[in-house]
Write a protein that binds this ligand. Sequence first.
Ligand code: PLP
Length: 821
Amino acid sequence: MTPKGQTTLPKPAPRQFDPDVLAREIVERLTYRIGKDATAAQPHDWLHAVILAIRDRVIDAWIDSTHKTYEEQGRRVYYLSLEFLIGRLMRDAASNMEMLDDMQAALAKLGVEIDLIAALEPDAALGNGGLGRLAACFMESMATVDVPAYGYGIRYVNGMFRQEISDGWQVELPETWLAHGNPWEFERREASYEIGFGGLVDPAEGEDSGPHQMHWNPTERVIATPYDTPIAGWRGKRINTLRLWTAQPIDPILLDKFNAGDHLGALAESNRAEALTRVLYPADSSSAGQELRLRQEYFFSSASLQDIVRRHLQYFGSILTLPDKAAIQLNDTHPAVAVAELMRILLDDHGLDFDEAWDITRRTFSYTNHTLLPEALESWPVPLFERLLPRHMQIVYAVNSRLLAEARRAGGFDDQAIGTISLIDEGGERRVRMGNLAFAGSYSINGVSALHTDLMKETVFADLHRLYPTRINNKTNGVTFRRWLMQCNHGLFELIREAIGDRFMDDAEALRDLDPFATDSAFQEKFLAVKRANKVALSNLLRQRVNARIDPAALYDIQIKRIHEYKRQLLNLVETVSLYDQIRSHPEKDWAPRVKLFGGKAASSYHNAKLIIKLAGDVARVVNHDPAVQGLLKVQFVPNYNVSMAEVMIPAADLSEQISTAGMEASGTGNMKFAVNGALTIGTLDGANVEMRDHVGGDNIIIFGLTAQEVNGKRANGYVPADVIGQSKELRQALNAIASGVFSPDDPDRYKGLIDGIQTHDWFMVAADFDSYSAAQRRVDTLWADQSLWAQKAIYNVARMGWFSSDRTIREYATQIWKVL
Ligand SMILES: *Cc1c(COP(=O)(O)O)cnc(C)c1O
């Protein structure tokens, strides 16, 4: 490997852009690429022209990065993820290329308001939530810390659905992010691959075929064609590639059928192929279990593997060196079938013997686990897997027999332990366990917070961990501070710069220099003024979007994330009802005026999650119309939570709700975004909240509730929710009010089932944690009354969250797992 800095390429020019030159470039793009002049241009045309101007600068640096990677001959990282929740790219790219201010000035010269056109860019929402957003933060951080990396995923025509609220209920509408075209992407037809499904497997013929070599003859084939998007790192340091696959038919139209008059049949194959990459499965933290989903997983895994192997052979010649030159990271089990696909390529296409192939595979893959929830652990019925991927089924069996033999040889594994290690779940309908396959095929298995990694060792992978005790490691998640502080919170960004200079822009941990300012009353006031301005901005947006009026003087208490029972929006709502009740009973008390904001999408098939959205709307209607709590309590559900909405809501938050049942949230990343934007966290000791407490200090975070261990203990020892409910008058009243229809007079039984769940089993510990949560909220009220102390704690949060930059996370992956830095 050539030492860094010794490349023969010229150093990039210093980044300075003359607004006049930029303005000329924009008009040129408008004229020659879009075909309009400035007088005829619509706002969308301006947006397109600006993106093209930024993109051209990015491309120069992209080509440099590609050259540099080739010259260095080092190991490359391949990040395989079924989701990339990247959001808008214009501001991100312009800011990372250090041309945002000049671009704004250039546009001003042209009489165009940058914020106006920026808002027209659609969110690339190719993901559900945290997992997909993590992949997006990682892409930006890998480019920033100079890791040569490719992201591989699917170019869904319809990404995450757009959520509308109609009569309080969630309605799902298709998001058409590609409607105006996508100026960021480049189609690369020359890098297309054929992907097969179904058919039969025969022993390979020919003299030099190995004993393990087989010939798979699929009955169905589609073409995978990539679209490349450049991802710019901070200060344009490196530009990496996000390569997203789209499915196309081999024959766009079957002319013989068409000519015979079968016009629909002539297009059937084409439609079938294109359906493969049409939609993102809108399920989060649960496995869809549908055949199309398995097809998507294999389609993108196979295309990515073929591409990686093709590139490797082109540059390095021998397949045997693959593990030295390629580190493939599996983002959850969605791409786990890639383990079997690489084995197939090594055995059948390259004639390697089984042990050699397995050795290469196990030195190439690493796997990130994102959840311990049983319903989210992917497994496929053996008959389905076998029908769709007959060769891969053989490989899974062959790997499994070696794996189980290894466990038996190692000793200390009884039949039950062997059963949990097996790649095949034999309890009931036989299923292929994708988590076990990913584990067996990887040299590193990581969790995403310290607590989650510990629990992983004790639960799902306990026996595999005993067999391979060095593989599991922790990589606590992070978020990119460029997007989640510098761009989304310009006021705070400037205030920090004014106080401590620029160093934190390159090293998030330098935010620590802000620590002494936490007790500085002049700084506190400026901090509160910035927060206030952000709250005014959110208030204006909500007035415009949903005609809500929220007072910027109130405490903004925000819970935004996917709607899920384990995330406990229901606990927040029950406490809201209880607070409402208490304010009405004791209007004389000194209540802190609060605005409670909720946002998030429910999986389309998740009944209780949809009911929770409806409940938020029902509670909002009653509370907001009651003059008794006017000015003290307001509730609002904000529709269509996505990255762009997060970028407005998070900077405006005073209080961040991170209240999952302990042991159930693997990490969370929303929690980190809020804290670095100066919100105080009210949360359980779950996921990364535990490490956040360690960093910001126990005095600067509001922790409540059962620990993961206590939750486990309760569940194991016959916890009776009725006992807890019997002892808490406030909880009882709130539950009864909801269950009896106080908030749903049109359908009094609407929430009976939901509340019944709390009263009978309370799996998510809503009743068990209620009193502790409610008491914590009253401590929040008290603290709010002392604005100086509040600001102090909030500033400590900003100052001490630097460790949660995804740059730190990526450096850990790069040095400890990928060995590329
Ligand atoms: C950060 C983020 C998430 C993850 O939020 P959690 O609170 O960690 O679940 C989900 N969706 C969007 C749009 C995000 O930006």
